[in-house]
Design a protein around this ligand. Structure first.
Ligand SMILES: Nc1nc2c(c(=O)[nH]1)N[C@H]1C(S)=C(S)[C@@H](COP(=O)(O)OP(=O)(O)OC[C@H]3O[C@@H](n4cnc5c(N)ncnc54)[C@H](O)[C@@H]3O)O[C@H]1N2
Ligand code: MOO
Length: 409
């Protein structure tokens, strides 16, 4: 019997992620690091912001001097020197003094809070009335309130989002160590597949998988390399795969993963340099005829040809391997999960993990997940869907009204 039927569970396959190591690291400039995966731990070498800083326009004071102050019973304070932005005040504040300060200005020694300007009235150049009391540190960011010197800020493996770029900037990191960008080669196979610019003759269809997969790879932060279409010919596929393995860090081959007469993928993957066939068949639907081989340290995938199956397999199986290879420490995270109410019963076979495409609808403040039914060759079903719902292998189905977690896409 064909070993196609020796399917592995999704859990078994996920257990193989550890067989692949992360990319090496490199140093890039801070703007280039945006969206990349951090390759070093970041520890604060200084307090942030590093000085006691006003968050309002007003007067720097000692909070105790304002206790009990009100419109009816204002506190009278002497105006001390003014505070220039970006400068260290050259005076200390005493308990009967206030100093005009702008948002972002540095509080003088002795001051622990700021009264907003709208709660004050300058009586003359030397005196100000305070109409409202402030608590210690009110309207102030303290010297180490953001981060304290020595504190661990970011761990290697963190994706550098805009906020991470911000903290790296605050620490003066002009250069950052990140994992090298992962390139993923895409090969579409099939005599019936033609490039987008061609008008397909009867019996042929345009190559969708190169484009859906390229989009998914870019979305993950890796670089897609579209290597085009290879005919159903063992030698052509072997040459294309060998080239792909040499030039990329991961390879995706779509089509030819099943058990048909012309399906050479498993044979070719078994013949690659330093190769090991790890998976041929996963107990998931769609996507059962998925192949995974290891060529050196590079995962090489045979994805099912059906456009939906290839996309779903990428999302639920390939992506964790890609993230691991990219150096991301949250590789196992399924991303954003949105709780929603299922709009109809969904059947599912036991012993297999099903992924149902769903459209997310909002009605009267509630989110609903409406299953989008259709065969896995229909791109329409992905266009209509905004997420996937997983039905575990030991679950027979889900009932209408059940709250499900939608994996957004
Ligand atoms: N006897 C059996 N036949 C099939 C089984 C099975 O268990 N027993 N499994 C079915 C399932 S499930 C899937 S999924 C497919 C997977 O087949 P392959 O990976 O070998 O893919 P192909 O046969 O090459 O193509 C399937 C389908 O997808 C179209 N295709 C392929 N590449 C592209 C592309 N780049 N862009 C758009 N469409 C593409 C292709 O024309 C076929 O229609 O096997 C079932 N068969
Ligand atoms: O498993 Mo196939 O990938 O359902 O369509």
């Amino acid at each position: 019997m064909n070993h196609f039927f020796k399917v592995k569970t999704l859990e078994d396959v996920m257990g193989m992620v550890g067989r692949f190591s992360a990319m090496p690291t490199e140093t890039v400039t801070l703007p280039q690091a945006s969206g990349r995966i951090l390759g070093q731990d970041i520890v604060a070498h200084q307090d942030l912001p590093g000085f006691r800083r006003s968050t309002m326009d007003g007067y720097a004071v000692q909070s105790a001097a304002t206790f009990g102050a009100s419109e009816a019973n204002p506190a009278w304070l002497k105006v001390a020197g003014t505070i220039a932005m970006g400068e260290t005040p050259c005076f200390s504040l005493t308990s009967d003094e206030a100093a005009p300060i702008s948002t972002g200005g540095m509080l003088p020694d002795g001051a622990d809070s700021v009264v907003m300007v709208e709660h004050t009235e300058a009586v003359d150049a030397a005196t100000v009335e305070i109409y409202k009391s402030v608590a210690p540190l009110q309207h102030v960011v303290d010297s180490a309130e953001d981060y304290r010197q020595g504190q661990e800020i970011l761990k290697a493996g963190t994706r550098i989002r805009p906020q991470e770029s911000g903290v790296l900037a605050a620490l003066g990191k002009t250069h950052v160590t990140v994992f090298k960008q992962t390139t993923v080669a895409i090969i579409s196979t099939g005599d019936e597949i033609v490039p987008v610019e061609e008008t397909p003759a009867p019996g042929r269809i345009r190559d969708m998988n190169s484009h859906t997969l390229a989009g998914l790879i870019s979305e993950a932060g890796a670089i897609p390399l579209q290597l085009g279409i290879v005919k159903d010919n063992r030698d052509d596929l072997f040459d294309a795969c060998s080239r792909a393995v040499a030039m990329a860090d991961m390879v995706l081959i779509s089509g030819g993963s099943s058990v048909g007469m012309r399906d050479f993928t498993v044979e070719v993957l078994s013949d690659l340099v330093d190769t090991e066939l790890l998976v041929h068949g996963i107990s998931i639907s769609p996507g059962k005829p998925t192949i995974l081989a290891r060529s050196g340290n590079k995962p090489v995938w045979g994805l099912p040809g059906h456009v939906v199956s290839a996309m779903v397999v990428f999302k639920v199986v390939v992506l964790p391997f890609l993230r691991k290879r990219m150096g991301e420490n949250a590789w196992a995270s399924p991303g954003a999960l949105l709780p929603a109410i299922l709009t109809r019963n969904v059947a599912s076979a036991q012993g297999r993990t099903d992924f149902i495409r769903v459209a997310i609808q909002e009605k009267e403040g509630h989110l609903y997940a409406a299953p989008v039914l259709g065969k896995s060759g229909l791109i329409r079903t992905m266009v209509m869907a905004q997420g996937l719902v997983e039905i575990g292998e030991n679950v027979e189905g889900l009932d209408k009204g059940a709250v499900v977690n939608v994996r957004c896409m």
